[in-house]
Design a protein around this ligand. Structure first.
Ligand SMILES: Cc1ncc(COP(=O)(O)O)c(C/N=C2\CONC2=O)c1O
Length: 406
């Protein structure tokens, strides 16, 4: 079956954050905030969900569950669920874990909030590398814990961990947990096994638990390989792995993720305190994603590869002083436009008001992101090309309509 990623789908009236939540999320404003563009005129490149239809195989599984006609209290009881997850991990990452380690959550963000609470004492600290997905900071704040940031090294747009700084901060006896993004949002880094080995060794040596947030692990550029952090440390039970098909298959609204907790004491706390009931439609969708999502994912990856090639060519042609490298993972383009960006303005507000483009910038990624914007490329190519044209039209003069041939 050939999937149509060029299709433009109307999301208005669906309670989508993407279309209706941007005023509050990006601008901390109310619904009466006005722009020179109608809402439907915006090119939306901000929040990380996709403009592509959720795979039909997943939607069919949801419809099949609906046809059972009773939506009562539910949890994962069917062993076929673990089989689906376990087979996916084996096939894609050559990794396996015991069934009893698998818990589920109504999303990874809630899991981060809970795990940090269950792991840390009230005077302990949370370690992250920056720039960072903003909710890693929220997980510390939600639990009134101090956040410790280790700025990554940025060498002309190529990010790496400053291991000397990271280790110095991990040595702080009050640092108790590291929330580690593997692959990394927003840089798109796929960490090498050597980098992962160093992160794990430094944390475990300093009695720091690791929550490895691997939500982006399926969204790799063709040819790249993901390594679950826990796979490299089979003898420890201090690495928790968070994964979900929600990012991979555009089903974040179904709020369902997998949390692999090898430590028995922590799992007991989770089982005692975590709200265990789950949405039966989300269970059905997640199982179907892992059982039948392969072909859609393969075609999605090819389409995203082409979108990234389009951005690379466009930036070289129209924004030659910007710094952009095609990321190894995610569908997010992290672009340093400091050579062009107006100073002392909010870039998201600038692009919303001047270009009619909704995007996120470095200030939304905790720290160490100055001058950078992040573009969601999980959209039809025609939409991407219009977004690029609008962005460059407000940064440089004389931008002609250039449908980029990919
Ligand atoms: C690293 C990471 N962890 C967790 C989540 C959310 O997990 P959920 O609670 O949905 O299961 C996201 C979504 N990232 C987004 C969502 O919008 N913009 C982003 O960068 C993420 O990038």
């Amino acid at each position: 079956m050939k999937y149509n990623f060029d299709e433009i789908i109307d999301r208005t009236g669906t309670n989508a954050m993407n279309t209706d939540g941007f005023r509050q999320y990006i601008f901390n404003a109310t619904e009466d905030m006005t722009f020179p563009f109608k809402d439907e005129e915006f090119i939306r490149m901000w929040i990380a969900d996709m403009e592509f239809a959720t795979p039909p195989e997943i939607l069919d599984a949801v419809k099949e569950r609906l046809d059972r006609r009773i939506m009562g209290y539910s949890q994962v009881f069917d062993p076929a669920y673990y089989e689906a997850v376990s087979n996916w991990m084996k096939r894609y990452y050559d990794w396996s874990f015991p069934k009893e380690h698998l818990e589920t959550s109504n999303g990874i963000i809630p899991a981060l909030y809970e795990l940090v609470e269950y792991i840390c004492q009230s005077d302990e600290k949370v370690l992250i590398v920056t720039p960072s997905y903003g909710f890693f900071k929220s997980a510390a704040e939600h639990n009134n814990l101090e956040l410790v940031c280790s700025d990554m090294i940025n060498e002309q747009g190529r990010y790496s961990i400053d291991f000397e700084d990271f280790e110095a901060k991990a040595k702080d006896e009050k640092v108790r947990v590291c929330i580690f993004c593997n692959p990394h949002n927003p840089s798109g880094r796929v960490w090498t096994t050597e980098e992962l080995q160093r992160v794990g060794e430094i944390c475990l040596r300093n009695n720091v638990w690791v929550i490895s947030d691997e939500i982006h692990c399926d969204l790799l550029r063709t040819g790249k390989r993901h390594t679950p952090l826990a796979k490299l440390f089979p003898d420890t039970d201090r690495i928790i792995t968070c994964m979900s098909p929600s990012k991979t298959f555009n089903m974040a609204g179904l709020m369902f993720s997998n949390v692999i907790i090898p430590n028995k004491a922590l799992r007991d706390i989770w089982q005692a305190r975590h709200y265990g009931f789950k949405n039966p439609l989300s269970i059905a969708a997640t199982q179907a994603a892992y059982e039948m999502g392969d072909e859609w994912l393969k075609q999605l990856k090819g389409y995203l590869d082409a979108n990234f090639a389009c951005v690379e060519q466009y930036v070289k042609q129209h924004l030659p002083r910007a710094v952009f490298h095609i990321p190894e993972a995610t569908y997010l383009a992290w672009i340093d436009i400091s050579a062009y960006a107006p100073e002392h303005v909010s870039l998201p507000l600038f692009f919303a008001e001047q270009a009619g483009v909704l995007l996120e910038d470095g200030h939304m990624f905790v720290a160490n992101g100055e001058g950078c914007i992040r573009l969601n490329l999980a959209c039809p190519r025609s939409v991407l090309q219009e977004g690029l044209r609008r962005i460059s039209s407000v940064l440089v003069k004389e931008v002609e309509e250039v449908p980029v041939q990919v």
